[in-house]
Design a binder for this molecule. Structure first.
Ligand SMILES: [Zn+2]
Length: 214
């Protein structure tokens, strides 16, 4: 009897995992090669002809998250395969703590327009683009950076703010929901997997931004 009870209970609480799938309760966090249908969405948008990475170097992730209303939603990300496993663990950890993420959709749903994606407060990873106001390729162009809840966590360089609609969230001495700061759980989890947080940079601040350097 005890053995049967054990068999019933253990799968509910042990987190099963394979190379490409992590489980949290009934929710699967999955990494797979970029499916053809997703490539079609990305082509000419986040993946232009001039892209410096190939689809073989990328992975398509499906993850679960709590939105700002507390509803569980399925999100999708494209990232470099070098960080795919890290991101599965990270997003599972955030989900297990019911950490709120407004939306996790591909930037292609915003025509790969980073400003539009940020104004929609969308969390995303891969986008073949340069750093704002420069010709340097962003870590996003390699799928090695993730932006989390960008509206409340803007990019700030002097008087320049991205997204433009984030003016209420520039003063980081203020307290407001979804602010990523030193004590934020999301920041702790990303750092525990070796990511750098843009909130620690000196010449600019990029509070939404976590990147991993190879
Ligand atoms: Zn970023």
């Amino acid at each position: 009897m005890f053995y049967l009870l054990f068999l019933f209970l253990v799968p509910q609480c042990i987190i099963a995992q394979t190379n490409d799938t992590l489980r949290y309760k009934a929710f699967l966090f999955v990494s797979r090669p970029v499916p053809e249908a997703v490539k079609t969405r990305m082509q000419g948008k986040s993946m232009p002809q001039t892209a410096t990475v190939s689809y073989d170097e990328l992975r398509y992730l499906t993850v679960f998250h709590y939105d700002y209303e507390g509803t569980i939603r399925k999100g999708e990300l494209v990232c470099n395969k070098a960080i795919a496993k890290d991101l599965l663990f990270i997003f599972r950890a955030l989900f297990s703590r019911a950490y709120s993420i407004n939306s996790i959709r591909l930037v292609d749903d915003f025509n790969a327009d980073d400003e539009a994606s940020m104004q929609a407060n969308n969390t995303s990873c891969f986008n073949c683009r340069t750093v704002a106001h420069s010709k340097t390729l962003s870590k996003h162009a390699f799928g090695m950076a993730v932006d989390i809840n960008p509206l409340q966590n803007p990019y700030i360089k002097g008087t320049h703010i991205q997204p433009k609609t984030a003016t209420d969230f520039v003063d980081r001495t203020k307290d407001f929901p979804h602010k990523i700061d030193e004590n934020d759980f999301c920041k702790e989890v990303f750092e525990s997997y070796g990511f750098q947080w843009g909130g620690h940079w000196l010449s600019i601040k990029d509070y939404q931004h976590f990147e991993k350097r190879k």
